[in-house]
Design a protein around this ligand. Structure first.
Ligand code: ADP
Ligand code: MG
Length: 450
């Protein structure tokens, strides 16, 4: 039986919405079916960043959907507009002796962070306009472009939107988006291995260098020195530099004066907290992106309760969606009230204490408590430790400083970095997302028994 392509596409979409709502995006409508060849269903995706997202996180659910809808044992392959599929990219021929940090540096851009999905309001209008200008006139509008502001206010989103826009307009542009911590790790590794020329080659041969959370350079004198030269090399040859930070250049503690003045030499734009109307618009946009149906009063209610930042808004929306999924009810005001409750953070439940979180994480990942609290930076304990910080931040009322203090006397920037890492990695890494979800279930269970 041969099913027509449209039926296959809409059948799969319906299946995914039912069974894997968390991966669904409204633009799945734009994926088209190229046909089945030798047991492989080929799907055409219009944008490289979307292609990567699908390839990275969606192969298994799409395969399941294709098999369920057709009743055939199909494999799924996503194909880009140029006919390329990410698996066929020549990634394996990169020299194997290359530093792992340099190899893994390409933090994958999230297709959710585009200009189309960015809602403009009074708090971010200037930053947004400047970002658009930078993206369309690389090196010629504002160089450097420096955006700063509090956590969860859209800095990373804007930075990634610039990259995506540039890649869309000039697919061959050399774009490097990297977090400041990864940049520092790469630097230290290359210093240790005596491979500085590789490092310089990597960061000085780009058309656009975007470094997220540049405030982490604070106190790292050696890296600041190297970054100063990277900056100059790029700037002098008219290449674009874009930076984000949680504070204005002068307010970053222990940042060399010459860097402060370089950062101030282009455009410095601040993002502020969104006003009520913008919060409502953002919630509506996020609901659309995730294909959530809800009456007007729901975003209005959430926006009235939560005014801190956009990440918190998204957290509230996720709770609402979670409750709707778990109970099979449709989203309405009553459900939203139940989901986020009177208090946006804790719902009157006793909050799990940090110790309960540590215990749960230690059991789950099979790492010793002393390791979680200790100084080791090995991956096997670093990730569980970051998950602890993330859970503590989300489920307790402790401040960043308190959480850092509790977890082996780390400072608040380390905690902030951990939270951001877990946030971004959850988007890219299904496994981590499942681990975090599971731990949250476990912790609620612990709470119930208490
Ligand atoms: P920051 O880097 O400033 O901490 P992010 O860029 O990570 O913040 O934003 C946190 C979340 O809020 C992201 O999911 C992002 O998509 C969303 N967000 C922030 N600002 C906006 C906006 N103006 N419109 C739509 N979504 C936004
Ligand atoms: Mg960020």
């Amino acid at each position: 039986m041969r099913m027509n392509d449209d039926d296959l596409r809409s059948g799969m979409h319906a299946y995914l919405r039912r069974n894997h709502p968390e991966i669904c995006r409204h633009w799945f409508d734009r994926i088209s079916v190229l046909g089945v060849e030798g047991g492989v269903l080929r799907l055409l995706v219009d944008e490289p960043v979307r292609l990567k997202y699908l390839q990275r996180t969606c192969v298994a659910p799409f395969t399941e959907a294709a098999q369920s809808v057709t009743g055939r044992l199909l494999a799924v392959r996503f194909i880009g507009p140029d006919g390329a599929s990410p698996e066929t990219e020549p990634s394996s021929d990169r020299s194997s002796h290359e530093s792992p940090v340099l190899r893994d540096e390409q933090v994958v851009l999230s297709p959710d962070y585009s200009f189309e999905s960015f809602v403009v309001g009074p708090g971010n209008r200037l930053a947004h306009a400047a970002a658009m200008a930078v993206a369309s006139k690389l090196g010629r509008a504002y160089n450097p472009f420096f955006v700063h502001g509090g956590v969860g206010l859209g800095k990373t989103h804007l930075l990634q939107a610039i990259c995506q826009q540039v890649l869309r307009q000039q697919p061959t542009a050399r774009v490097s988006y990297i977090s400041c911590n990864t940049f520092m790790d790469a630097f230290h590794e290359c210093v240790k291995a005596g491979r500085m020329s590789e490092f310089r080659h990597r960061f000085r041969n780009v058309d656009l260098l975007v470094i997220d959370d540049i405030h982490f350079l604070s106190k790292h004198e050696q890296t600041q020195e190297e970054f100063f030269h990277t900056f100059n090399a790029l700037h002098q040859s008219g290449r674009q530099i874009v930076l984000s930070s949680d504070a204005a250049p002068v307010e970053i503690p222990d940042l060399e004066e010459r860097l402060v003045s370089r950062f101030n030499s282009g455009l410095v734009a601040r993002v502020d907290r969104p006003c009520y109307e913008t919060r409502v618009s953002i919630l509506k946009a996020k609901a659309r992106l995730h294909e959530l149906e809800m009456p007007e009063e729901v975003p209005a209610y959430i926006a009235a309760r939560i005014d801190s930042n956009i990440r918190e808004l998204e957290g509230a929306l996720a709770k609402v969606r979670g409750l709707a999924l778990a109970t099979g009810r449709s989203i309405d005001l009553e459900l939203a009230k139940e989901a986020i409750g009177g208090d946006p953070i804790s719902q009157g439940n006793p909050q799990p204490n940090i110790q309960a979180i540590l215990d749960a994480v230690s059991r789950y990942y099979d790492v010793k408590l002393t390791d979680l609290l200790g100084k080791r930076r090995h991956k096997s304990v670093a990730l569980p430790r970051q998950v602890c910080m993330w859970l503590a931040r989300r489920h307790t009322r402790y401040s960043l400083e308190e959480i850092g203090g509790y977890l082996g006397g780390r400072d608040h920037t380390t905690v902030l970095h951990a939270i951001r890492t877990v946030d971004t990695r959850q988007i890219q890494d299904e496994r981590l997302k499942a681990d975090v979800d599971r731990l949250q279930q476990v912790l609620r269970f612990v709470e119930d028994q208490a």
